[in-house]
Design a protein around this ligand. Structure first.
Ligand SMILES: Cc1cc2nc3c(=O)[nH]c(=O)nc-3n(C[C@H](O)[C@H](O)[C@H](O)COP(=O)(O)OP(=O)(O)OC[C@H]3O[C@@H](n4cnc5c(N)ncnc54)[C@H](O)[C@@H]3O)c2cc1C
Length: 399
């Protein structure tokens, strides 16, 4: 190995969950590193061009998700464009008919995240791929990474797996579960129509012309008899990327055939995702698993609330044990690779939930380091009281 660095907390994966975990760990006094294989933070939300920060409210006028999830939602539009929906400017209570969500420019969100990470004093390792785990028996003590400096070890007293694919948990030997995905593409287009609208409204936010094609979360719009793709098989991932981009190419060809070749000067792709747009790949089979019947249960080890983005009035409590892997010590997970299945995975794999579980994971890692223990040995009441002191409600009766 060419180098070895030591931290209190290392977060692998700089998506929304990883960013939230690193911020929370650092704000709790931990020497923290965030390791990200691309050159951007935000993961699917930014690199993947998934530009909708889904709601923090229940759809009936009550905010249910708070803390870093709200801080990051507000940060996503600091450098424009977009506004907090009317009535939700101060959060907590808002109009029942409007949801507390935003659409953001991925590039604007990235530069806002840069600023937050630097201000929080986090040591960011961009362009650094996690290639393995360092183990002492069942205890994970670090990660093996590869970057321009060669191969090295980054050690920590506690680690957070926010890779979206449970890479650390899997490599460390924790039981995991996989699922597959429909083809789809989200892109940003340039068009004279958007430009005209922007000029007419005197507002450049209309230049952000988003485009979605292919299967939605339940497969509507997916090519007929379409194959489904895994996110953990490299050939499968490459095929997914090519085939999903082909959906866009075919759509453009159809449009040019209908409206003439000159249309290519009037409407074309401006930005494509630079990570595969896979919704669910691999997640841990954790100490507990959120299941379809999780709502409307009161959960004793709840660490926060997440609204069902698909329905009004449906709110889920999130169990602390669902972010803890089986078998591996010194590791906590965050974001779309925590333990939940089917309907619960659908609710928990989105941006506001990733930010919430990231914050909980960062807090848990910090408390574990302070108490010289592992996240699974912490008293959940200690985590809950720290979250409550940050204004994060734990149960539905608290909002
Ligand atoms: C097509 C599609 C539509 C969606 N629609 C919405 C929507 O409208 N609204 C919404 O809120 N959510 C939506 N989602 C879900 C949401 O975008 C993501 O699930 C959420 O952002 C996940 O965040 P995360 O931090 O858990 O994981 P990710 O965003 O996947 O972040 C993981 C990070 O880890 C890095 N990484 C991975 N492996 C390694 C490694 N080995 N070494 C170093 N770094 C690594 C990645 O580069 C990435 O930055 C959608 C997802 C898809 C695919």
């Amino acid at each position: 190995m060419k180098y070895k660095k030591d931290y209190d907390v290392v977060v692998a994966g700089g998506g929304i969950a990883g960013v939230a975990a690193a911020i929370e760990a650092s704000r709790n006094g931990m020497k923290t590193a965030l390791v990200e294989k691309t050159v951007f933070t935000g993961g699917l939300a930014t690199t993947g061009l998934i530009y909708v920060y889904l709601p923090l409210c229940d759809g009936c006028g009550t905010q249910v998700t708070f803390g870093l999830s709200e801080e990051l939602l507000r940060a996503s539009i600091i450098y424009g464009p977009g506004d907090i929906p009317k009535g939700w400017e101060n959060g907590v209570k808002g109009p029942a008919g409007t949801r507390f969500l935003v659409r953001f420019s991925p590039a604007s969100f990235i530069i806002a995240l840069d600023e937050i990470l630097v201000n929080a004093g986090i040591d960011v390792w961009f362009d650094t791929l996690v290639v393995g785990t360092v183990m002492k028996g069942q205890q994970i003590t670090g990660i093996e990474v590869e970057n321009k400096s060669g191969r090295g070890i980054i050690s920590a007293k506690c680690l957070v797996d926010a890779t979206g694919d449970a890479d650390l948990a899997f490599q460390a030997g924790a039981p995991c579960v996989e699922t597959d995905n429909w083809l789809s593409t989200w892109a940003i287009m340039a068009s004279s129509e958007a430009a005209k609208k922007a000029v007419k409204n005197g507002n450049a936010k209309d230049l952000l012309s988003f485009f979605i094609i292919g299967g939605d979360n339940v497969g509507r719009g997916a090519p007929e008899a379409g194959k489904k793709y895994l996110g953990t098989d490299s050939k499968n991932v490459s095929e997914f990327i090519l085939k999903s981009r082909e959906l866009l190419t075919n759509d453009l060809k159809k449009l040019y055939a209908k409206e003439g070749k000159e249309k290519r000067n009037d409407y074309y792709p401006l930005t494509l995702a630079s990570m595969p747009q896979l919704r669910t790949t691999r997640r841990i089979d954790g100490l507990s698993t959120m299941k379809d019947d999780g709502h409307p249960k009161k959960i004793s080890d709840s660490v926060g609330l997440v609204a069902d983005w698909r329905k009004r009035g449906v709110v889920w409590e999130v169990p602390y044990s669902s972010i803890l892997p089986k078998k591996v010590k010194g590791l906590v997970t965050a974001g779309r690779c925590i333990s939940n299945e089917r309907d619960a995975w659908e609710v928990m794999r989105v941006i506001p939930a990733a930010a919430l579980t990231g914050q909980v994971a960062g807090l848990s890692a910090a408390l574990a380091v302070k108490n010289k223990t592992n996240p699974d040995a912490l008293a959940v009441e200690d985590i809950q009281s720290a979250l409550k002191s940050k204004g994060i409600p734990l149960h539905m009766e608290n909002v």
